[in-house]
Write a protein that binds this ligand. Structure first.
Ligand code: UDX
Length: 427
């Protein structure tokens, strides 16, 4: 099929590259000319396993191309994917300006033929109707286009395999023609397809991410209780998670969830709900618990170091989770800012993040340089390489053997036996 993707960010690029890899002709667009230049040369502006390879392969075989010329890309395509950002506004509502602007661009560019506009961006419930209205207002007759909601469920770090082997594909459409075409597009994936109306599809996206966030905040609340009653939350989570009705995933206690989706989607669903006249108390608590989790972690550090001045801390892991260099809403960023404001000096290391997202923290090139001379180390991302630490060398490298484990990476018993003062979360 002939496809164009508006927005070559994380979601747009993965979608475009994977659709090209499945045999379609895909043009990815972006308003950022520098980005388009880099992508045309096969340079991916962020770290995502496997993505660079399929972009290069499909650039070479001619199925994938990049352009800043949105109008041309739209003209040449039958299906237009909208994958632009919808960041949170101050009140938690999702910003729809980029989606509105994309809809206007589409309205200008649609000249002949019938196009399907597929929304991949996470948008407030009802956005499909707004896009339809924009097109109609701009003189595009109803038989010239269909609007579809097809939310993405891509996890950073595994986005390519999530796209190619999805748990489900949700297609929200108001007509069979659009539904049949998008179903056909995804047919090679042999996935479970759910057909809904547009509003339901938009809601499914928010609910999926809010449920994942709820699981994390739930286990963090349990961790905080476990800490008070002398029980290890990791054992509790493992046993509870074996119940197939509950499941073990997203039951890892720690310093809270970050990233570009979970925090923003919980806030957006709260906003959608409040605007509809319902106060979502559970979702508000999910967000509140998440915000407090890093503060509780910081309290432990403050308790051990009541006089931070002259003390040096290593912050190990900066990305919001392993397998990515993304630091959006990363708990580490809040932690580093707070540590610096308290007077600690901070050395950071992350296998993928090479620039500190906070001014004042010193970025180190490897694990042991970051630990060198430190009074403590705070682990905030569970990168696999941290699990392989040589504890004897760590002890020799640090000034004091004190570990704050914000992701419960290490075994408290082994840490104690190895001579470390160890603080986990909920243990
Ligand atoms: C999420 C959704 O999983 C994905 O389906 C959606 O389309 C985009 O948002 P992502 O933001 O890549 O994906 O990260 P995810 O793997 O969901 O993790 C989010 C945060 O929760 C991370 O900060 C992670 O460290 C934290 N988390 C996750 C926990 O604290 N504990 C857990 O048990 C699981």
């Amino acid at each position: 099929m002939r496809i164009c993707v508006l927005g070559s960010g994380y979601v747009g690029l993965v979608t475009g590259a994977c659709l090209a890899n499945m045999g379609n002709h895909v043009i990815c667009t972006d308003k950022d000319a520098v980005k388009i230049g880099k992508l045309t040369a096969g340079d991916v502006p962020f770290y995502e396993p496997g993505l660079q390879e399929i972009i290069k392969f499909n650039l070479k075989n001619g199925r994938l191309s990049f352009t800043g010329d949105l109008k041309k890309a739209i003209e040449l395509s039958d299906i237009i994917f909208v994958a632009v950002g919808t960041p949170s506004k101050k009140d938690g509502a999702a910003q729809i300006a980029h989606v509105v602007s994309a809809a206007k661009d589409i309205a200008v560019a649609i000249k002949k033929g019938y196009k399907i506009i597929v929304n991949k961006s996470t948008v407030p419930v009802g956005m499909g109707d707004i896009v339809t209205k924009i097109l109609k207002k701009n003189g595009i007759s109803r038989d010239k286009f269909s609007v579809v909601s097809n939310p993405e469920f891509l996890s950073e770090g595994t986005a390519v395999s999530d796209f190619m082997s999805p748990d489900r594909i949700v297609i929200g459409a108001s007509d069979n023609r659009a539904f049949n075409t998008i179903t056909e597009l995804y047919r090679p994936l042999n996935a479970h397809i759910i057909f809904t109306d547009i509003k339901t599809a938009e809601t499914i996206k928010y609910v999926s991410n809010s449920f994942l966030a709820t699981k994390v905040s739930f286990i963090n609340e349990i961790a905080n209780i476990c800490e008070q009653i002398g029980v290890d939350v990791t054992t509790v989570a493992s046993a509870v998670g074996l119940d197939r009705r509950i499941g073990r995933k997203f039951l890892n206690a720690g310093v809270g969830y970050g990233g570009s989706c979970l925090p923003k989607d919980v806030l957006a669903l709260i906003d959608v709900s409040q605007k509809a006249g319902y106060v979502p108390r559970l979702l508000k608590a999910v967000d509140e618990i998440n915000g407090k989790q890093i503060d509780l972690f910081l309290e432990k550090i403050k308790k051990s170091f009541p006089k931070p001045s002259g003390k040096k801390i290593a912050v190990m892991g900066v990305s919001f989770k392993p397998g990515t260099d993304d630091t959006r809403s990363a708990p580490s960023v809040r932690l580093i800012k707070k540590l610096l404001s308290l007077g600690f000096s901070v050395q950071v290391f992350d296998p993928a993040v090479k620039n500190s997202p906070v001014r004042g923290a010193v970025v180190c090139k490897d694990i042991y340089s970051a630990l060198k001379g430190c009074d403590a180390a705070a682990f905030v991302t569970e990168w696999p390489q941290f699990k392989q630490l040589n504890f004897e060398l760590v002890k020799k490298t640090m000034k004091k053997p004190v570990i704050f484990d914000g992701r419960n990476i290490f075994d408290p018993k082994i840490m104690k036996e190895s001579g470390f003062k160890y603080f986990g979360v909920g243990r």
